[in-house]
Design a protein around this ligand. Structure first.
Ligand code: AMP
Ligand code: GLY
Length: 429
């Protein structure tokens, strides 16, 4: 079948890599893709937010499966757009509806949902712009640190972990009074800071049944030792060494199963990937956030570990017939290191030639902010440029391989973290 993949990051490149391994995939189109995905299929210069153009592309190229990488089209209702158009009725769309995607699109909705269904998460209060005074009062009596979150999508820039009362008040005012993030921040969640270690879990569901994907750990801070500003993610590993059977069982029983049950009780049909960001406090998992898609860079370490046919899985999930119960996982562990442009997540330069890609070995290179020049060379075109993923039976060796290749690739201003996995006991030396 012909498949359309929406998005342009390294997550989508990893998905493209896996989708094209399936004997069910005849042709893959990626909209808009990057200089890496063009090796897997046909890049089409269409924005994932231009639903009308996507519709034309799907009809023109006889697409039978659409896979959506990023959250924004989902939160804006692309699944509903497909479901509501008779000309697209035959197309399997892998991704949740607008209402289901509210689990990511509205943090206030997600918190209310978790409270209603007894899913462990940090205690919180919700305030809108009409209740600025009450919000500031709440901050005043809240223990520190306190976490302030914009309700809506903010591309990773809507969460503030505040160490002082002053800082917390400033953030609340910036959002509720000054509308710093526009409508995304006119409602805020103020919640307790959870001290623990984060991990990411993923399921694919048809709304009733689900399969658990390999878990992963993401490294969000720009600096080594988990310091400095948050980024989209600077590296990841899978599996997570501390995620033993007992913890995974708690995660399924206390979080994943009640989440699906709650959605069913709300009569919200959730089809597609669900990514749950967790904080493990002591031995207990708490939900930090839901996402209606896969993670980036987690996908780059999770998806290549799956042996099961991803096209078959996605078609089953999209058509309410998920029959596969357990995934077949390759006997390798994976470490992914993100190569970024100097300055990211602040301002950075682009247009730097990327060299030595052909010298890399024993790893997968997933492109993100890259483009091909007219002279055929590949140059940087974004903050996160590439993810280098390496595999081994030992995480330490996988990281060694990933680091060796990360060193080898060259572009001006290349930056990457060398400590992915240090905090979970991977020893490099
Ligand atoms: P989110 O976008 O909700 O995942 O938040 C971004 C990051 O902020 C998370 O990955 C955590 O590192 C941090 N964070 C969010 N909520 C909390 C919390 N309640 N306690 C501690 N850290 C948090
Ligand atoms: N890895 C963080 C995210 O995809 O949101």
């Amino acid at each position: 079948m012909n498949i359309l993949l929406l998005g342009s990051g390294a997550r989508e490149h990893a998905l493209a890599y896996k989708l094209t391994q399936s004997p069910l995939c005849t042709r893959l189109f990626i909209a808009p893709g990057n200089a890496g995905t063009e090796r897997q299929g046909d890049n089409v210069q269409v924005s994932p937010l231009d639903f009308a153009a996507i519709r034309s592309l799907v009809l023109r190229e006889r697409i039978e499966l659409v896979v959506c990488g990023p959250e924004e089209p989902l939160v804006k209702g692309i699944a509903d757009f497909f479901a509501g158009d008779p000309a697209l009725a035959h197309v399997a769309f892998a991704g949740p509806s607008r209402q289901a995607a509210l689990l990511e699109g509205s943090k206030a909705f997600a918190k209310g949902f978790m409270k209603k269904y007894g899913i462990p998460t940090a205690p919180y209060r919700i305030y809108d712009s009409a209740h600025l005074v009450e919000a500031l009062d709440y901050v005043k009596q809240h223990p520190l640190p306190v976490v302030i979150k914009a309700d809506g999508l903010a591309a990773g820039k809507g969460v503030f972990v505040c160490e002082t009362e002053q800082e917390a008040k400033e953030q609340v005012m910036a959002l509720l009074r000054d509308k710093k993030l526009g409508v995304a921040g006119t409602t805020v969640v103020i919640e307790q800071f959870l001290q623990g270690i984060e991990m990411s879990v993923f399921i694919l569901t048809d709304g009733q049944r689900y399969v658990l994907l390999p878990e992963a750990k993401d490294y969000k801070r720009i600096g080594e030792g988990n310091t400095g500003p948050n980024t989209g993610g600077m590296g990841a590993l899978s599996p997570v060494p501390f995620a033993n059977a007992a913890l995974m069982q708690k995660i399924e029983h206390r979080i994943l199963q009640p989440t699906l049950k709650g959605l069913q009780q709300e009569e919200i049909t959730y089809r597609g990937f669900l990514y749950v960001g967790l904080m493990i406090v002591g031995d207990d998992p708490f939900v930090v956030e839901y996402n209606c898609r896969l993670g980036d860079p987690e996908t780059q370490v999770v998806v290549p570990r799956i042996r099961t046919d991803l096209v078959n899985l996605l078609v089953q999930a999209a058509t309410d017939e998920l029959q596969i119960e357990n995934l077949d996982i390759l006997p390798y562990k994976a470490v992914g290191i993100v190569l970024a442009s100097k300055g990211y997540p602040g301002s950075y330069e682009t247009g730097r030639v990327i060299e030595n890609l052909s010298l890399t070995s024993e790893c997968l290179i997933f492109h993100a902010g890259t483009r091909r020049r007219t002279d055929g060379q590949i140059e940087t075109a974004g903050g996160r440029v590439l993810t280098v993923t390496a595999f081994d039976r030992s995480l330490a060796k996988a990281r060694q391989q990933a680091l060796r290749n990360a060193e080898l690739i060259r572009f001006e201003g290349k930056y990457f973290r060398r400590d992915i996995g240090d905090d979970v006991g991977i020893q490099y030396h």
